[in-house]
Design a protein around this ligand. Structure first.
Ligand SMILES: [Fe+2]
Ligand SMILES: [Fe+2]
Length: 232
């Protein structure tokens, strides 16, 4: 019988929101404005690299790729498959694009003339758009090509085991940074199911922290609806 677990879609929804947010901040910035551009650059450098914190955008994306490679892609039916090899190559390409974007943001802080900043801002937007396209395509491949393969060749229990290992290996601050993007990106049914499945076995303070995060980040009417469905 075909399994039904899908390890990629929920986390990818969070990553998509993270990328859309980055794209939106870049495309609305007026690079002719030195103050606004300096503030954006500081903000993005902090998000990307300086902090190297649990929630750092590039750290989250990099950790996601390494979690996939170490906990999922190495499973016997997957390891060595052409699709998996290609997905790993895509991870390397995405890392190169992320580092180039990080450098572009860093370099823009040093530009003095409005013309130079506007030109650099145009290049930065183009680089971010290309990263977005490549990243969206990559996640689509994992969801539309790899998930069906995994559902054919693995059991739900095996997939949940992989997911459990990934979650158990995450420091709590990184887990909550990722949940902060993922929870508001799920639809009512997905979020209700997730909370209902976590609730029975989670320590009460952990579950409370997750619902507090939902209250803070999920769109209020959607959260209201989820609370009704889950009985919170
Ligand atoms: Fe991936
Ligand atoms: Fe992925």
């Amino acid at each position: 019988m075909t399994a039904t677990e899908d390890l990629f879609t929920p986390i990818h929804k969070g990553l998509r929101s993270m990328l859309y947010n980055l794209s939106s901040r870049l495309q609305t910035n007026d690079f002719a404005d030195a103050t606004a551009t300096a503030a954006l650059a500081t903000d993005l450098e902090h998000d990307f690299a300086v902090a190297r914190s649990a929630g750092c955008v590039l750290c989250v994306m990099g950790k996601h790729a390494s979690d996939e490679e170490t906990q999922i892609f190495v499973a016997p039916p997957l390891a060595g498959q052409r699709l998996v090899t290609e997905l790993i190559e895509e991870h390397h390409d995405l890392t190169r694009r992320e580092l180039a974007l990080e450098k572009g943001v860093h370099d823009i802080s040093g530009l003095r003339s409005s013309e130079e900043r506007v030109a650099a801002g145009r290049r930065l937007n183009a680089a971010a758009n290309e990263l977005l396209v490549a990243y969206l395509n990559h996640m689509n491949r994992e969801e539309t090509e790899l998930t069906p393969f995994m559902q054919q060749h693995l059991t739900d229990a095996e997939m949940l085991g992989m997911q459990g290992k990934i979650i158990a290996s995450m420091p709590p601050d990184r887990l909550f940074a990722i949940l902060g993007w993922m929870l508001p990106s799920l639809n009512v049914t997905e979020l209700s199911r997730l909370l209902a499945s976590v609730r029975p076995n989670a320590p009460p303070p952990f579950f409370q922290a997750v619902t507090d995060l939902c209250a803070a980040r999920v769109e209020p009417s959607r959260w209201q609806n989820v609370k009704l469905r889950v009985g919170l």
